[in-house]
Design a protein around this ligand. Structure first.
Ligand code: ZN
Length: 487
C-alpha cells in the first residue's frame, strides 16, 4: 500500500471512509473471510541468485532462487497442509504447502522430504531440506545448491511470493514509543501519566504495544511488545509496587516470544490469558496461572479452518463465569468473535456483522471487556477508523454496532487504537487514540448514557497526551488503570 496505517486513517478522517471502499453505515463491507492467507518470507537471510523477473525473462513460469547449502532446513512460509511431489520435472523434488483459500506455495529441488503428505503445519515448521546440487537426486534442472520458491494463486497462476507479502502484509509493523501508566480513581481523579521503566533498566522503557488487565485482588498485570519485538510481562501489586519485566518465552525456544500485537485478560480465579499475533502473523493464546507459572502457548485456528488464524489485531477479556471472549481483525480486515469456555474449549469464530448490514464488519482495531452481569462490550475502529460500539448480552445475543460520535460532531470518532474496560458498577470506560494521536477517554454508564470525550494531559504537561497504542483495565472499586505507548 505504501501508506502507513496511521496515514490511511488520517486520510480517511479528512476524506471520509468512502474513499477506502464501499461502506455500510460507516463500516466497510467485507470481502470473503481470510481471503488472503498470512505468509512470511522464511528465506530473508539468504541471497537471491535469480529473482522473479529473471525467471520470467528466461521463460520460466516464475520463481525466486535463494542460495543456501544443500541440507538447509526449509521453514513453511505459512500455515497449511503439505504435499510432496518427487522428481517433479525440472523442479525436481517439490513440496507444496496448501495455504488455504486456493493459495499454494512450492519449494523446489529438495534433497529430502521430511513430512508425510497431508501433514498440517504452522508457519516456520520445517517441511524439508534444500538441495539443488547439479545432477543430484531430486535436483531436477538445478545447476547449483539453492531453494526455488513460488506461490500459486486460486486461478492456478504462479505468483511472486514477495509481491504477495508486500500486498498482504498483515498488521503493519508498529513503531515504538515510551511506556506510560496512570490510574483513574473512582472519583474520576487521574494520577497523571508516569513513565514505566524497561526490562533490566530503571530508565523509562519503550514498547510497540501494551496491554493491561486488572484483578480482583487489586493487582494489575501488564504485557508489552518491546522495541525489540519481544514479549515482556510484569505485575503491579495492589500495594503499588511493581515486579520487574520478565521475558515471555516463545514456542520451542528458550528466548522471548516475538509478537506484533498483544492483549491480556484477567480471570476471576486470578489467572490471566494472553492473546497475541506472533511474528509470523498468526494468533497465539497462553494462560498464566494464578501462581505465576505459564502454560504452553497454543495456536488459535481461524474462521472456518483448522489452520492458524492470521490477524491484524487481537483482543481478549475475562468473564465472571471463567470464560473468555476473543475478538480479532482478520487478514481480510473482518471482525471475528469467539468464546473460550472456562474449561478451555473454544467455540468457532463467527463474523460480526456491520452497522445496518449482514456483511461482516471491517475494522483495524478491536477491544472487548466483560461486565459483571455476564455481558460483554466491544469497541472497534471500523472502516476509516470510525469508532463503533456494541453489546453481547449474557444470553449470547448482540445489539447492533452503533457509531460513537467524536468530540463536537455527530460523526463517529476516528480512532487509531481502541480499548474498553468494564467496572463493578456496570459502566464501561472507553479510551482511544484519535486521528490527531491524542488520548481520549469517555464513560458509558450502566444505563447506556455516554459522558463526553475528554483528553488526558501528558506526563509533566497540561497538553494532551499523545500515543499510538492504548489499553485500559477495570479494577476493584470502580478504579481503572491505563497504559499507553506514547509518542
Ligand atoms: Zn528457480
Amino acid at each position: 500500500m505504501g501508506l502507513a496505517r496511521r496515514d490511511v486513517l488520517r486520510l480517511a478522517a479528512t476524506t471520509g471512509a468512502a474513499a477506502l471502499g464501499a461502506t455500510a453505515g460507516g463500516i466497510l463491507l467485507a470481502t470473503p473471510a481470510f481471503a488472503f492467507p498470512a505468509v512470511y518470507n522464511p528465506f530473508a537471510g539468504y541471497p537471491i541468485s535469480d529473482g522473479w523477473q529473471d525467471h520470467i525473462n528466461r521463460g520460466s513460469l516464475g520463481g525466486i532462487d535463494f542460495v543456501m547449502p544443500v541440507g538447509t532446513p526449509l521453514p513453511a512460509c505459512g500455515a497449511g497442509v503439505v504435499t510432496n511431489i518427487p522428481e517433479n520435472g525440472t523442479g525436481g523434488n517439490t513440496v507444496t504447502i496448501d495455504l488455504g483459500e486456493g493459495y499454494r506455495s512450492q519449494y523446489m529441488h529438495l534433497s529430502q522430504f521430511l513430512l508425510a503428505n497431508g501433514t498440517a503445519v504452522g508457519p516456520g515448521a520445517i517441511v524439508g531440506l534444500s538441495g539443488g546440487a547439479a545432477g543430484a537426486p531430486g535436483s531436477g534442472s538445478s545447476t547449483g545448491p539453492h531453494c526455488h520458491w513460488h506461490m500459486i494463486d486460486p486461478s492456478g497462476t504462479r505468483i511472486d511470493p514477495l509481491a504477495y507479502i508486500a500486498a498482504h502484509p498483515g498488521s503493519p509493523a508498529p513503531t515504538s514509543g515510551p511506556m506510560y501508566h496512570e490510574i483513574r480513581a473512582a472519583s474520576g481523579a487521574w494520577s497523571g501519566f508516569q513513565p514505566l521503566n524497561g526490562y533490566l533498566t530503571t530508565l523509562p522503557g519503550n514498547a510497540k504495544d501494551m496491554a493491561i488487565a486488572g484483578f480482583a485482588d487489586g493487582s494489575a498485570q501488564v504485557a508489552i511488545i518491546g522495541a525489540d519485538d519481544c514479549v515482556y510481562h510484569r505485575v503491579r501489586n495492589a500495594n503499588a509496587t511493581w515486579s520487574s519485566f520478565q521475558p515471555v518465552v516463545g514456542v520451542g525456544t528458550t528466548s522471548a516470544a516475538k509478537a506484533k500485537r498483544i492483549s491480556l485478560a484477567a480471570l476471576p480465579d486470578g489467572s490471566a490469558q494472553l492473546l497475541m499475533i506472533g511474528a509470523d502473523g498468526t494468533v497465539y493464546h497462553r494462560v498464566r496461572n494464578a501462581n505465576g507459572t505459564w502454560q504452553d502457548f497454543t495456536r488459535v485456528s481461524g474462521y472456518q479452518t483448522t489452520a492458524p488464524a492470521g490477524a491484524k489485531d487481537v483482543a481478549i477479556c475475562g468473564m465472571p463465569d471463567g470464560s473468555a471472549q476473543v475478538l480479532i481483525v482478520g487478514m481480510d480486515d473482518g471482525i471475528y468473535h469467539r468464546v473460550r469456555g472456562a474449561g478451555g474449549s473454544w467455540s468457532a469464530f463467527g463474523p460480526l456483522n456491520g452497522n445496518g448490514t449482514t456483511a461482516t464488519a471491517l475494522g483495524s482495531a478491536v477491544a472487548i471487556t466483560g461486565l459483571p452481569d455476564g455481558s460483554s462490550q466491544t469497541v472497534i475502529a471500523g472502516g476509516g477508523g470510525a469508532l463503533h460500539h456494541r453489546i453481547r448480552y449474557a444470553n449470547g445475543t448482540w445489539s447492533a454496532f452503533q457509531p460513537v460520535p467524536g468530540v463536537g460532531t455527530t460523526a463517529p470518532a476516528v480512532a487509531q487504537d481502541v480499548s474498553i474496560a468494564g467496572t463493578a458498577d456496570g459502566a464501561a470506560q472507553v479510551v482511544i487514540i484519535g486521528a490527531d494521536d491524542a488520548v481520549y477517554h469517555r464513560i458509558r454508564a450502566a444505563n447506556g448514557t455516554w459522558s463526553a470525550f475528554g483528553t488526558l494531559p501528558g506526563n509533566g504537561t497540561p497538553t494532551p497526551a499523545k500515543g499510538s497504542r492504548v489499553s485500559i483495565a477495570g479494577m476493584p472499586g470502580n478504579v481503572a488503570q491505563l497504559v499507553i505507548v506514547g509518542r
